[in-house]
Design a protein around this ligand. Sequence first.
Ligand SMILES: [Zn+2]
Length: 411
Amino acid sequence: MPLKITVNDRTYRWMDRPLVVVCIDGCQYEYITAAVAAGVAPYLGRLISGAGTSIMAECVMPSFTNPNNLSIVTGVPPAVHGICGNYFYDPERGEEVMMNDPRYLRVGTILAAFSEAGAKVAVITAKDKLRKLLGHRMTGICFSSEKADQVSLAENGIENVVARVGMPVPSVYSAELSEFIFVAGVKLMERERPDLMYLSTTDYVQHKAAPGTSAANDFYAMIDRNIARLDQLGATVVLTADHGMNAKHGADGQPNVIYLQDAIDTWLGKNAARVILPITDPYVVHHGALGSFALVYVGRSGDEAALAERIAALSGIELVLTRAQAAARFELPPDRIGDLVVVSRQDTVIGTSRDRHDLSGLDVPLRSHGGVSEQKVPLIVNRRVSDVPQSHRWRNFDAFDLGLNLAVEAS
Ligand SMILES: [Zn+2]
């Protein structure tokens, strides 16, 4: 085995024990502290009170699932890896393009590099949409709990997952979809013992339940049990999140929505500019495709500066940036974002047109993400960490660096 591997200009030490990186989707830090305070997450409690290392880190913008999962497994921001949402607008083709195909990925992953160098690598995701991106050019085990009953040795590097896990294939809208991942991860660690494992859950629970609620605490108790077991099995475990999660509704329980396409249509005429919501994906029941981040394509004849000013004046808007400003500040690929990048405040989301959002599936008041208000995420490891300057800006995509290079002693 090589001593070190360099991926996207970052160097990682070869592991001397298995490393498990866990991305808990939508894990606002308070979910952990509330579960610990309630006494249901004793293992996490020990880690954050000194047995391990607990850091407040930042996720990348937009604070969505795919850009952040890809940052974590590549170690670099979206400007480098290219995935900056679920959708982007291709002005040449005049259409919105789904970005969940690996051909949009501009660099290789840490997982692929280690597997190529001979490490035993395993990846388990909740939704199948992420599996192909995360498993790009990687050999080893790679499957989703959503399609756990359809795995094959040829496609996923594993067979009989459902029987081995001992749980039925969960609904795509359930806490069990994530639990399945942890149970499967523990089973793999017991038998296959991967050198490197990446577990990535879904934020179904966090979209519905605030920190400290019984649904949330049950979920974190489940996580606590399973990562304690991974620790017992000798793994270094790094836990982080793709983004936080906040309430996006008023006291009446109704979502605070800025229908940006409607507003711009009123000002400039129908479809003079185009609003794209990169949160949109085939699974929108739990958030109605409403998040705190939007792209605006102004069109050739439009006055970008004037439009930016009008959008910024809307109540609930936090930031309006030009393409160049957003690319620089948020490390985004300029060719895959709008002329304007719009971010709403912590309690507000952005929609396109009122009639394009089906909110009938929202059975609880809206919680969502996408903004700078959801950028704070936990970065926790079950080890002590070697000297790092106090001023170090920790990102969630430092997870592999932390687990392989900086974690020094057993807790
Ligand atoms: Zn997410």
